[in-house]
Structures are given as structure tokens and as C-alpha cells.
Design a protein around this ligand. Structure first.
Ligand code: HEM
Length: 251
């Protein structure tokens, strides 16, 4: 039986409408996922067909180990980069506009970010198959690329979950500037991951060079002063405490 308060409460009606829209959304997400997979397969086939002569020939000496050509990693890496940057563009538009167009774009943010995250996991896995772990971690540049890739993937995984969980509230009042700041950090870390990957292939971009202007030589081991670790730890504890207090107030 429906209670009168339920029928009158607009937020409950909105929630029910959302539930009705969800199967359609899932189906569209499924189609987008299938189309993305098909595009990756076709592109992989094309890359394989053209890799003769022009590709990277990898001769591993010593103990035989499982290894895949870098071509797969390089190919798939474009998907998370493109999808996450598109999600960032939509977030930017929504942060600075309340127009109908921007509100419509808002609905696409979390599916686009989540697809990017799925592609990010595939890219990360393919990255691990190029060289043996002991070889890639010998190079400071390689270590920096892995470090940034790990930050980027973890970061966008959290953004995707937050985007899904709180999608209606991300742009309410002052919250939109928190969303803006978090998304900007996400865009910066994926940019650095990509540029370090480019440097690994021998094509450093202006981004790699400009990192030296802020004092980070990406060809050297990345060090954090110990006191920074203490600040990180204190920050993490503080954030967890804020979360617990906020959660207790809601219940
Ligand atoms: C989200 C994760 C990652 C992204 C977005 C990413 C992105 C990239 C990009 C854009 C390139 C350069 C492609 C080009 O120059 O055209 C690259 C190269 C490379 N990446 Fe990653 N990467 C990721 C994770 C990893 C991981 C985890 C590893 C290793 C453990 C790795 C190892 C490499 C290597 C070895 C190259 C150079 C390949 C070559 O020699 O041609 N990547 N990556």
C-alpha cells in the first residue's frame, strides 16, 4: 500500500522515475560497451596488419618470459585518455553553466568516466605485459610512468564511483567547485601519465619538458621528503574522520 506522504514526496517520485529509466540506461551502456570492444578489436587487427616492418621488433634475451608487443598498450591507451578527458570537458561545461544543454551533458559524465576506467584497467594490464617487471622498474622513467598510471587509475576509479553514487548532487551549490577541483586533478594526472608514456617511446612532449620547470626531472627517481609522507597520512586520517562524522550525522 502506498502511504500518502510517499505519493506527495517529489524526491520519491523522482527516484521512481530514475528506476524506470535505469534499464534503458543499462541497455545503452551495454551497446556503448560492445561498440567500444568492437572498435578496439578492429583497431588491434589494423595495427597487427600494419605492424610488419614498421612496428617495434622486441627480442628478449635471457630467460623466456611472457611478453606482448607494446603496440597493444599504445593502441588501447588512447581510449582511457580520450574518455576521461571527455568526461572532464563535460564536467567543465556543467561547472560553468546551468543551461539545459549542460544539465543534459551531466547525465553522460559518469558513464563516460566509468567506460574510461574500464579501458584504463585494460591499458594498465597491457602495460604490464610489455617488459618483465624487473626490466621496466630498472628505469626511473618507467617507474614514474607506472607510479602516475597507478595514481591516475585509482583516482578515476574513485571519480567514477562518486559520479555514479552522487550524480545528482555533484553540481549543487559550492559542491560544484569541489567537483571542478577533483576533476582538474584527474585531468592533470592522466596528462602526465600519457606524456611519460610518450617519453618512454622516445617522443617527449612539451608537457614532459614543462614538468622540469616545476622542478621535476622525470628521468630521475621521484623522491618525496619524509615529512610529506606524514602530511599524506594525516590528510588520509582526516578525510576518513570527516567521512565517518558525515555518515553518522546522516543516519
Ligand atoms: C592507465 C594506465 C596507463 C596509461 C593511460 C598509459 C599510457 C601510455 C601512453 C600514452 C604511452 C605512449 C604511447 C605513444 O607514444 O604513442 C605509453 C607507453 C608505455 N607504457 Fe603506458 N600507460 C599506462 C600504464 C602503464 C603500465 C602500468 C606500464 C608498465 C608496468 C606501462 C608501460 C609502458 C611502456 C613500457 C611504454 C613504452 C612502450 C614502447 O616502448 O613503445 N604503462 N603508455
Amino acid at each position: 500500500m502506498t502511504r500518502p506522504t510517499e505519493t506527495l514526496n517529489p524526491s520519491i517520485i523522482a527516484g521512481k522515475e530514475d528506476d524506470m529509466k535505469r534499464p534503458g540506461l543499462m541497455q545503452r551502456g551495454l551497446w556503448i560497451g560492445l561498440a567500444t570492444t568492437a572498435a578496439v578489436l578492429v583497431a588491434t587487427g589494423a595495427a597487427l596488419a600494419h605492424s610488419e616492418g614498421g612496428g617495434v621488433a622486441l627480442a628478449v634475451e635471457g630467460a623466456p618470459a611472457f611478453s606482448l608487443s607494446p603496440v597493444y598498450h599504445i593502441l588501447v591507451a588512447h581510449f582511457p585518455v580520450a574518455l576521461w578527458m571527455t568526461a572532464y570537458l563535460f564536467i567543465l561545461i556543467r561547472c560553468f553553466s546551468d543551461s539545459e544543454f549542460a544539465v543534459r551533458l551531466q547525465k553522460a559524465i559518469w558513464p563516460v568516466a566509468a567506460l574510461g576506467t574500464i579501458a584504463g584497467f585494460v591499458t594498465y594490464g597491457l602495460g604490464l605485459t610489455i617488459y618483465p617487471w624487473s626490466a621496466i622498474t630498472e628505469s626511473p622513467l618507467g617507474r614514474n610512468h607506472i607510479m602516475l598510471a597507478t595514481w591516475t587509475l585509482s583516482y578515476w576509479t574513485v571519480i567514477s564511483v562518486l559520479g555514479y553514487r552522487f550524480r545528482r548532487h555533484l553540481f549543487e551549490g559550492g559542491q560544484r567547485w569541489v567537483t571542478f577541483t577533483l576533476a582538474t586533478i584527474g585531468a592533470i594526472v592522466i596528462t602526465i601519465t600519457g606524456t611519460l608514456g610518450g617519453s618512454l617511446t622516445g617522443t617527449p612532449s612539451l608537457v614532459t619538458k614543462s614538468l622540469s620547470w616545476i622542478g621535476w626531472n622525470v628521468y630521475m627517481t621521484f623522491y618525496l621528503p619524509t615529512w610529506m609522507l606524514a602530511i599524506y597520512f594525516a590528510g588520509a586520517v582526516l578525510l576518513i574522520a570527516i567521512g565517518i562524522v558525515g555518515w553518522k550525522r546522516r543516519v
